[in-house]
Ligand binder design. Structure first.
Ligand code: ZN
Length: 427
């Protein structure tokens, strides 16, 4: 049943590709679709916030479906809008959409998704209704759209200063093992990263220069005292599950949504505090830096996550929290303890941050994990990637495998149990 339906949007996807932009493509075909559906109750746009967004034309591009308290869009609506061609796998649970440039994979009854080659955690599970897969409107607006059309990121000034926040310090050692402590590794990465960023023309501020404890609200205050800046909190992980390994990254949970480690079906988060005025920027920063981390270093991809950690909640500038690996897993901790590895890690962060500046200031699409890896393997001409966005839109994409390029198969993770939250990041 689902197969038949998807073959029809496969055709729609192909047609879309022949038009200039997904937006135009969607608009031109929206009428027939809209008239077929009885969704006159469609909401203005998939963006939960009332303010204008880079999102699609009201009513024409999107048919919003209400299920319980939440708004959803069908996966074929999403495919059509972005000009993606789709398939359901043989289990009937996984949908893979692709147009050679963007890739989106979602799984029925799961929050886990893959966007352009990296693991993502949606706010709400993908559900099915009337044989259609549905993605929540908040996920479309806050997770999918910023990655499939990063160039639509609202313009918010320049990126001049980077506030680096080495986690923990002093009596608060963070995660540890017999090779060292999180507080020391994080400070070392910040010290290595500072001159790399300065070389790229950034000003750099550290929330701590030494082995001292700085209260979380102070760290946010230091960040908020800077202008045209972003905040990057540096951490390493620890977990009771000794097999947990790899990279993960956090930005602030959107308003009205659960954090990744919350149960998505619990309702307590509804009363939680608002998101942030810069949450789109924070999410873009998170994705951009994460692609560079995984593109430079072959660690396990644990995904782009959301949390309401104090340093993310209280910062008023775009803010992320980077988890650079587990000090509780044997191999991972050996790598982190190696200064040469930390140098590479810092380099990956600096490139990701530079890509974010290029996105904000030049509307240049950030490099993706597969592009970093292809470049490292000598398969991509770097000049092509630096082309202005207009050229990128017109020309075929660089040779980028859009299958998940993770070096090792990444097992399904339970975000709630795989790694208990780091107390230092808590309110
Ligand atoms: Zn930490």
């Amino acid at each position: 049943m689902i197969g038949v339906r998807f073959s029809s949007f496969a055709i729609a996807g192909l047609l879309s590709l022949s038009l200039a932009t997904p937006s135009l493509a969607a608009k031109s075909k929206a009428k027939s679709k809209t008239s077929k559906k009885s969704s006159a109750k469609a909401k203005p746009s998939p963006t939960p916030a009332a303010k204008p967004s880079p999102s699609p034309t009201p009513n024409q591009d999107w048919q919003v479906i209400k299920v319980g308290p939440r708004d959803y869009l069908t996966v074929d609506n999403i495919a059509k809008f972005y000009g993606l061609i789709g398939n359901v796998d043989s289990t009937g649970k996984i949908v893979v959409l692709n147009n050679g440039r963007n890739q989106l994979q979602v799984t029925l009854d799961s929050r886990e998704a893959v966007v352009n080659g990296v693991r993502n955690w949606l706010c709400f599970p993908v559900i099915a209704k009337d044989d259609k897969f549905l993605v929540s409107r908040i996920d479309l607006a806050k997770t999918i759209e910023p990655q499939l059309r990063p160039q639509m990121l609202p313009q918010k000034g320049k990126v001049l200063t980077i506030v680096l926040d080495p986690g923990h310090g002093g009596f608060d050692k963070g995660a540890r093992n017999n090779l060292g402590t999180e507080k020391d590794f994080a400070l070392d990465v910040a010290r290595k990263l500072r001159p790399m960023l300065q070389k790229k023309g950034f000003k750099v501020v550290l929330t701590r220069e030494n082995d001292v404890f700085i209260p979380l609200h102070m760290r946010a205050r230091i960040a908020n005292a800077t202008k045209d800046s972003i905040f990057v909190s540096l951490h390493f992980n620890g977990a009771s599950n000794r097999d947990a390994t790899g990279f993960e990254i956090f930005s602030l949970t959107p308003r009205g949504a659960p954090s990744t480690d919350d149960n998505a079906l619990a309702l307590h988060f509804v009363n939680m505090q608002a998101g942030s005025a810069v949450d789109a920027q924070s999410f873009a920063l998170s994705a951009t830096v994460f692609h560079s981390m995984l593109g430079h270093l072959p660690e396990v991809d644990r995904g782009i996550k959301r949390a309401r950690f104090a340093v993310l909640r209280h910062t008023k500038i775009p803010a992320i929290l980077v988890e650079g690996g587990f000090l509780t897993e044997t191999d991972n901790s050996k790598r982190v303890a190696d200064p040469a590895w930390r140098e590479k890690f810092a380099e990956a962060l600096s490139v990701g941050i530079e890509n974010y500046r290029n996105l904000v200031e030049k509307k240049q699409r950030p490099m993706l994990v597969a592009e970093y890896r292809a470049r490292a393997a000598g398969e991509i001409n770097v000049v092509d990637l630096a082309a202005p966005p207009s050229r990128l839109e017109e020309t075929p994409p660089p040779i980028v495998p859009v299958t998940n390029p993770a070096p090792t198969p990444t097992p399904a993770l339970d975000p709630a149990t795989a790694a208990p939250p780091d107390p230092n990041r808590e309110p």
